[in-house]
Design a protein around this ligand. Structure first.
Ligand SMILES: [Zn+2]
Length: 320
């Protein structure tokens, strides 16, 4: 997919509000960035939410990176230096601040081993827990069987282009050599159990980011299940639908005469929608009261009448 960059939409302080992110809140605690590094972020515009609606498996990483770069400003360091874990965190920040209902991650267990029923559980974004890099990172690990010191590093931004399919892929991302991913994969696959464990435990000790292993209790029988939250570029952002976006915009225009343009902040559009919903509800209630009042003021009917005269038709009230 060919993505055309609009140089004006990037980092225009006059058009968008940016908030400074405290680097200490990042999974890496900002530990591997220069002392004077800064990150600023903003929520998504209508144009960007429309762009997000075009996300399909083939372009997911591209769209995530494009949106992240539009909605953040990095000072005194570059995206190349941004850790994957912090990239994920920043996308969650943008997501939480762009959607009133930032839906979370759905975990499905096809069959509970206790009661054989299917379990579906949603983990809210705000309920995700993080592991932080709270100690200095050691950028090498000694593999005793091979008798080599292997350089390692925490996966970074450009590693987002690799599709991680298994645990070995994940380990490969940590190896800091010029070898190709295929060569790293062969190397890791051929490690002795001892060396593999040494490498894996070094990675686990230095892992930062979302804690993906969680325990879910079956809502039917209470049995605890250990599961892994699948988080990848296809579900990092909210799932949005273009026709719903356009419907929302059209409804707001219809009931409020507001013309929502692409530069509106999307969260403001959602707030506007809520305000209009509230107004419509209030109008409905007021109309219901009017109807009740009109009924009570109607002259009482003769005892022998079997049907009331038809009411004059009420003006139709818009519903969402
Ligand atoms: Zn169960």
């Amino acid at each position: 997919m060919n993505i055309r960059k609009d140089p004006n939409i990037n980092h225009n302080y006059d058009n968008f509000n940016f908030w400074q992110i405290d680097l200490k809140e990042l999974p890496s605690r900002g530990r591997l960035y220069p002392k004077n590094a800064k990150i600023k972020a903003r929520s998504m515009s209508v144009l960007e939410v429309k762009f997000l609606a075009t996300l399909v498996p083939g372009n997911a990483t591209n769209i995530c990176n494009e949106l992240l770069e539009k909605c953040t400003i990095l000072e005194n360091f570059s995206y190349d230096d941004l850790l994957l874990a912090d990239r994920e965190f920043l996308i969650f920040w943008i997501r939480l601040n762009s959607f009133i209902n930032a839906n979370g991650f759905v975990i499905t267990i096809p069959e509970c081993s206790g009661c054989k029923k299917q379990i579906e559980y949603t983990i809210k974004l705000l309920d995700l827990e993080f592991k932080y890099l709270d100690h200095p990172f050691i950028n090498s690990v000694y593999l005793s069987d091979l008798d080599i010191t292997l350089p390692v590093r925490i996966p970074r931004y450009r590693d987002s282009s690799f599709i991680v399919e298994d645990d070995i892929d994940e380990v490969c991302l940590w190896i800091d050599t010029d070898n190709s991913m295929e060569e790293k994969y062969t190397f890791v696959s051929n490690l002795t159990a001892n060396d593999f464990m040494a490498l894996k435990s070094h990675i686990d000790d230095n892992y930062c980011g979302v804690i993906k292993e969680v325990t879910i209790d079956c809502p039917h029988c209470g049995k605890a299940h250990r599961v892994k939250i699948e988080i990848n570029d296809q579900n990092l952002f909210n799932n949005v639908d273009l026709s719903q976006i356009l419907e929302t915009i059209t409804r707001i225009a219809k009931y409020s005469n507001l013309q929502i343009t692409n530069d509106w902040s999307w969260v403001e559009v959602e707030v506007e929608q809520q305000i209009i919903n509230k107004m419509i509800n209030e109008e409905n209630e007021a109309n219901q009261k009017e109807i009740a009042k009109a009924k009570s003021q109607m002259p009482s009917m003769g005892a022998h009448r079997t049907s009331a005269p038809s009411m004059p038709s009420m003006p139709s009230v818009p519903h969402f």
